[in-house]
Design a protein around this ligand. Structure first.
Ligand SMILES: Cc1cc2nc3c(=O)[nH]c(=O)nc-3n(C[C@H](O)[C@H](O)[C@H](O)COP(=O)(O)OP(=O)(O)OC[C@H]3O[C@@H](n4cnc5c(N)ncnc54)[C@H](O)[C@@H]3O)c2cc1C
Length: 468
């Protein structure tokens, strides 16, 4: 961090992400050149694809594995995210319990704790742990309704397999020892979360995987998938097993347009803060910090003393279209800057250095899944709804076991084989997603205004309608 403020940095909108821009510019690996064969073909070089390749290669070094990537490793959400490697599975516990029983859902939670540990341990052992901190996660309530939601959530967590050392409620005083959030009324801390630099982490894993002998074909777009065959714009790959690891980009594959909604999430990052500015914020550790609003805000204090904040913005682009290289709507940048100033008033006028966006995959039931169609040997994983950093690790190990035909504690988890129904057709999909976030913003405002310790009815209604 710096001790004095220099001249304002030039603001960059897009350019994939601050994380990618703060690493060496990725040099693209060669594209596929004509037809090839592999034991396992993986589509997408994000964390799902890379972890799957990593664990397969570690278990069976002789397996021939090819990864097909449209841009370059880490170009998608894995290189753009908030860097929260957290332990909560996507979606509602009760949905996993409905299909896998109470114990099954608790097993999934236990494996998510393990996924955070594994993701940290492998990164340290393989040397891609730069900027990684394992200091946990704080959720902060800044009004009475949020506090009541957080307290209720902590009570639920205890029923879902979180032990007494897994989550701790914090008084405003205890919270202030870790971070000074304006208007904080309390919160909770859990040790089960690590902070990662998304681009260094994902690019680092890609390098490890490549060194293990996995072929990564970049600048190669998969167009369709059929039994034992991936058709791309650069030739075809014949493989015994095919893994679709596209998450938020799944809708770009033929026949998958309504499976996962590509939800947009936007981030901004400040310039490097001075010691004096950081002192006012009182955030000296590597904890990740989030609020408890319906239009959720997630924050990350970087190793070099900046604050990245994400969440609000344009939630969904008509017809599932994607951002261009992370370019972000001006309205989203304004909302995020405003939120930064609300939570940390001393930073209200700080310069922003970059904004970017990306897509994450949201299934209709908001629960993640790992799927294996044994009749075609086509597998997939995704729908982590913003919990993908550790979810991808668990999915990678699970896909390994499924491909190797092994029955393990992972192959019976209740996220296996979940089939959520498709999203609605357009324009209903766009109207629904846009309206949902409008309602959440309205409910947040009402909860600040009325100061009541209960969730505003409009948000409760929106949760029921959206299935969230
Ligand atoms: C802004 C943002 C913030 C987030 N914050 C967090 C967070 O803090 N914590 C958390 O746990 N999760 C977070 N997430 C979600 C998390 O990043 C994802 O769930 C996770 O990275 C998904 O990894 P993946 O490998 O499945 O998908 P991706 O990383 O998206 O990888 C998919 C890859 O497929 C490639 N591709 C696309 N189409 C094709 C094609 N047709 N052919 C070949 N390749 C193709 C893409 O270029 C991309 O590299 C966030 C997401 C975003 C966008």
């Amino acid at each position: 961090m710096s001790t004095e403020t220099g001249s304002a940095p030039k603001f960059v909108n897009g350019d994939v992400s601050f994380w990618m821009r703060s690493t060496e510019t990725p040099v693209r690996r060669p594209a596929l050149d004509g037809h090839t064969t592999a034991d396992v073909a993986i589509i997408g070089a994000g964390l799902t694809g890379l972890w799957t390749a990593y664990y397969l290669k570690k278990a069976r070094p002789n397996l021939d594995i090819a990864i097909i990537e449209r841009e370059y490793a880490g170009f998608g959400a894995s290189g753009r995210n908030g860097g929260w490697m957290s332990a909560e599975p996507a979606g509602q516990f009760k949905r996993y319990a409905k299909s896998g029983g109470l114990q099954g859902a608790r097993d999934l939670q236990r494996e998510m704790f393990g996924a955070v540990r594994q993701s940290v341990e492998v990164a340290r052992a393989e040397g891609f742990d730069e900027d990684l901190a394992h200091d946990g996660l704080i959720h902060v309530a800044t009004n009475a309704a949020q506090l009541s939601r957080l307290s209720h959530h902590v009570a639920e967590m205890k029923e879902q397999g979180w032990g007494q050392n897994d989550v701790f409620q914090l008084s405003p005083h205890e919270l202030a020892q870790r971070v000074h959030v304006e208007g904080a009324q309390g919160g909770y801390w859990t040790p089960h979360c690590a902070r990662v630099h998304p681009a260094k982490y994902t690019r680092g894993l890609a390098k490890v995987v490549e060194d293990l002998g996995v072929k990564i074909y970049e600048s190669t777009t998969a167009l369709s998938v059929e039994q034992h065959l991936v058709k791309t714009d650069r030739g075809n790959v014949s493989a015994n097993f095919i893994v679709e690891a596209l998450e938020g980009y799944t809708s770009s594959l033929k026949g998958k347009a309504r499976k996962l909604l590509p939800m947009n999430s936007s981030m901004v990052i400040t310039e490097q803060l001075t010691d004096a500015q950081l002192k006012t914020v009182g955030w000296h550790g590597g904890e990740l910090v989030g609020d408890a609003a319906h239009s959720f805000t997630y924050m990350h204090r970087t190793q070099d003393g900046r604050i990245a904040i994400g969440g609000r913005g344009v939630p969904y682009n008509f017809r599932s279209s994607f951002d261009r290289n992370g370019k972000t709507a001006e309205s989203a940048v304004i909302l995020l800057k405003q939120r930064l100033g609300e939570l940390f008033p001393s930073l209200a006028n700080v310069n922003l250095e970059q904004s970017w966006s990306g897509v994450l995959g949201v299934p209709r039931d908001w629960c993640a899944s790992v799927n294996f169609d044994k009749s075609s040997n086509i597998l997939s994983a995704g729908g982590y709804v913003g919990h993908g950093l550790s979810g991808t690790n668990l999915a990678g190990r699970t896909l390994r076991d499924l491909i190797l035909g092994e029955t393990t504690t992972l192959t019976t988890l209740p996220w296996i084989g979940r089939q959520a129904r498709n999203w609605e057709v357009e324009p209903i999909r766009w109207i629904g997603a846009t309206a949902l976030y409008g309602v959440y913003r309205y409910a947040d405002n009402r909860e600040y205004a009325n100061a009541q310790p209960r969730t505003h009815w409009t948000a409760r209604m929106a949760n029921v309608v959206s299935g969230r």
